[in-house]
Design a protein around this ligand. Structure first.
Ligand code: GLU
Length: 465
């Protein structure tokens, strides 16, 4: 049974890199009929906030990355960490270290001054035949892991290939501070073990932690999971992805009018590929996803491609669903959507032409508020030669059948009578009805409005000219 996890630290929002890690972990579990576990790594009390926990849950929820178990919170598992620490002390794989923080700092400074790597000197590490110093009175000890001295720690990373580190490079890691709180790497180890994680899929900023974690797992005598370290994501400009690049929080993509399926599809291709496939659903992705086709090199963010995918999904989306999303956006702007024109019909007419929901909301808004055509557009399009055609069209409105075909015929007739080309009437109609020059076919546009509303908008606009 494959068991994967996503283990965010709740110190900010769910960012794009985290979302991709979550997506790959989720998809791997789905691909293999396994379980996906959500674990909140909140032991850093100074940096973890309930808002950040909520932001992560919101982001996961928006993307539809549902977990099968959890969320587990590390702060609720402290007794368990304590228990494992006691066990390790009892078996000798961990030991008390009474070196005061100041002393450790001094030691490190000296080492650096000598051009050496700063590290703990093993003063309190028990060795056969070694006499340990006497514990100073009134000092609480930290607990250190007794890292193997010799040999190497190695793993076959499922993305990066074989990685080997000499144990001599690794310090005896503090696993519990003097105040008793367990440290980060230790909690991860206990959790991965307790939660039966078979595949740890995470960002490659954790590669350095892996040898330490493997050594602890081995000291506990438990199965070591497989590791897959994902390369980082660079911004459009090739630099490390950061706030400078605009949206980095997943929920900001929601604010900016992206559909979750577009973001998911986009993230899926950030460092993973299936032939030349660019557009695919999540069920399809879960069928294809594997760790063999993840590239070990950094993936570069490409906003244009995300926009292209978003436009694609907007075109295909159910109008009723888009209408609900647009309606919420309009409500947030204080715009009430009336029954006519039906928002779904407005959406249907425009969804092929936009790259995000905010654009769609901008267009839709014009249908539900008093139009305020910009003066320059009125001057540009309500020219003296166009006015007679407009007058004819207005005169024909009360008798025309209220559908796009009949309205189209009336437009044709009105321009034809004055020897004008279509745009001479189509443009004034667009501008007067919506305040914009670009709209879908003008007959369909007119037909969306109630007849009276068209009369009103044309009269008001005509009088303002
Ligand atoms: N909590 C870590 C982070 O947010 C992830 C730890 C892990 O995946 O092992 O970067």
């Amino acid at each position: 049974m494959i068991r994967t996890r996503f283990a965010p630290s709740p110190t900010g929002f769910l960012h794009i890199g985290g979302a991709r890690t979550a997506l790959f972990s989720w998809a791997y579990a789905r691909r293999h009929g396994g379980r996906f576990i959500l674990r909140v790594e909140d032991t850093d009390l100074a940096r973890s906030t309930p808002e950040a926990v909520q932001a992560i849950l919101d982001g996961m929820n928006w993307l539809g990355l549902t977990h099968d178990e959890g969320p587990f919170y590390q702060t609720q598992r402290l007794a368990r960490y304590r228990e494992v620490i006691e066990e390790m002390l009892a078996t000798g794989s961990a030991y008390h270290c009474y070196m005061a923080p100041e002393e450790l700092d001094r030691l490190r400074d000296e080492q650096r001054a000598q051009g050496l790597k700063a590290r703990y000197n093993g003063a309190w590490r028990p060795e056969p035949g070694k006499t340990l110093p006497t514990p100073p009175a009134g000092v609480l000890p930290a607990v250190r892991f007794r890292n193997p001295r010799d040999g190497v720690v190695a793993w076959d990373d499922l993305v990066k290939g074989r990685i080997e580190i000499a144990n001599g490079e690794l310090d005896d890691l503090v696993i519990a501070r003097a105040d008793g709180t367990p440290t980060y790497n230790f909690c991860v180890v206990v959790d991965d073990f307790d939660m039966g994680i078979t595949h740890v899929i995470r960002g490659d900023d954790h590669v350095n932690n892996t040898p330490r974690q493997i050594n602890i797992l081995q000291a506990l005598g438990v199965q070591v999971p497989q590791y897959a370290h994902l390369s980082m994501i660079l911004g459009d400009d090739g630099q490390k992805l950061s706030k400078r690049h605009g949206a980095v929080s997943v929920m900001q993509y929601d604010d900016e009018g992206y559909l979750p399926e577009a973001v998911l599809n986009y993230l899926a291709r950030l460092g993973w590929s299936h032939g030349d496939e660019e557009i695919f659903s999540m069920p399809q992705f879960c069928e294809w996803f594997d760790l063999d086709h993840i590239t070990p090199s950094a993936a570069q963010f490409n906003t244009e491609k995300l926009n292209w995918l978003n436009a694609h999904y907007l075109k295909r989306a159910e109008p009723a669903r888009l209408a609900a999303l647009v309606q919420a956006r309009l409500a947030a702007r204080g715009v009430t959507v009336s029954a006519t024109p039906a928002l779904a019909a407005v959406v249907t007419l425009h969804q092929e032409r936009v790259t995000n929901l905010n654009e769609l909301a901008d267009i839709a808004e014009a249908f539900y508020v008093e139009p305020r055509p910009p003066a320059e557009l009125l001057v540009k399009h309500l020219t003296p030669d166009s006015l007679p055609a407009l007058a004819d069209f207005i005169a024909g409105i009360s008798d025309v059948a209220w559908n796009a075909a009949a309205i189209g015929a009336l437009i044709k007739e009105s321009v034809g009578r004055h020897g004008l080309k279509m745009p001479k009437l189509a443009m004034p109609l667009r501008v007067l009805l919506t305040g914009r020059e670009q709209t879908p076919s003008v007959d369909a546009l007119v037909a969306l409005f109630p007849r009276q509303e068209v009369l009103k908008r044309l009269a008001v606009g005509g009088a303002n000219r």
